[in-house]
Ligand binder design. Structure first.
Ligand SMILES: *Cc1c(COP(=O)(O)O)cnc(C)c1O
Length: 233
């Protein structure tokens, strides 16, 4: 797999940044390497280095990469869900982190039923403050925190959907600490309804150490391991 000089350089580069990140996270926490926008050759290097959990935001990209990696790779879909992509997403993703609409949950459930499988799902919560929510409503995913009980009740019985916990992205340009603290509260609230839903998907390259302090069980790290992405994803 590693044949050219360039690949060797990339292997060493990824190995170095990966071990730096790995040294700061406890073994009980699941590291998801967010490979969106990076080529599958990078994912293969990560796989060789022992990583198994990969995060993708787009169906086309995730499904193509999943085909190129061994079957024991675990794929996390964490992008905005589009209704027409659900059939495909369920084919390759093992986890969905970004569930925030009951209609999507129903579609996912129907599709899982057809395939005879199930998918692990986080409920995404929008932790932007109320002002930011009204200004920039469409830009970020997630239900609002006060919808959590009602949302959970609407999806809890759906076959094929295993609700594993809550997910959030900290508000842009603000102290992430209050957001992660709130997410920990919401996790306890969810566990009141679903005791097994103990997972917390929180923390990215620039805030994961704080997320860990507030109980993150799944952290999603891209740029600290793979470098800067082109564009805005
Ligand atoms: C891109 C992305 C990440 C990774 O972000 P980095 O800052 O590169 O670590 C994590 N979570 C979500 C939902 C993302 O879209």
């Amino acid at each position: 797999m590693i044949s050219t000089r360039g690949d060797l350089h990339r292997h060493d580069e990824i190995a170095e940044s990966l071990s730096a990140v790995r040294s700061t996270i406890p073994p009980t926490c699941t590291l998801i390497v967010v490979t969106k926008t990076f080529p599958s050759s990078d994912v293969k290097i990560l796989y060789q280095l022992g990583e198994r959990n990969f995060g993708e935001n787009r169906d086309e990209e995730g499904s193509a990469k999943a085909l190129e990696l061994p079957a024991d790779a675990i794929w996390h879909f964490q992008g905005q869900i589009q209704s027409k992509k659900i059939r495909s997403i369920v084919n390759w993703a093992d986890y969905i982190h970004s569930l925030d609409e009951v209609s999507h949950a129903k579609k996912i459930s129907e599709r899982c039923h057809e395939l005879g499988n199930s998918i692990k799902t986080f409920i995404q919560i929008n932790l932007d403050n109320a002002d930011a929510l009204s200004q920039e409503k469409s830009s970020r995913g997630g239900i609002s925190p006060d919808q959590l009980d009602q949302f959970t009740d609407s999806i809890v019985g759906l076959p094929g959907i295993e609700i594993v916990g809550v997910m959030a992205v900290a508000p842009l340009g603000q102290d992430p600490e209050p957001a992660f603290e709130r997410l920990a509260q919401l996790s306890r609230q969810l566990q009141g309804k679903i005791p097994s839903a103990t997972s917390i998907s929180a923390g990215m390259s620039n805030d994961y150490e704080i997320a860990l302090q507030y109980g993150a069980t799944h952290i999603r790290i891209g740029s600290s391991i793979l470098g800067r992405r082109e564009g805005h994803l």
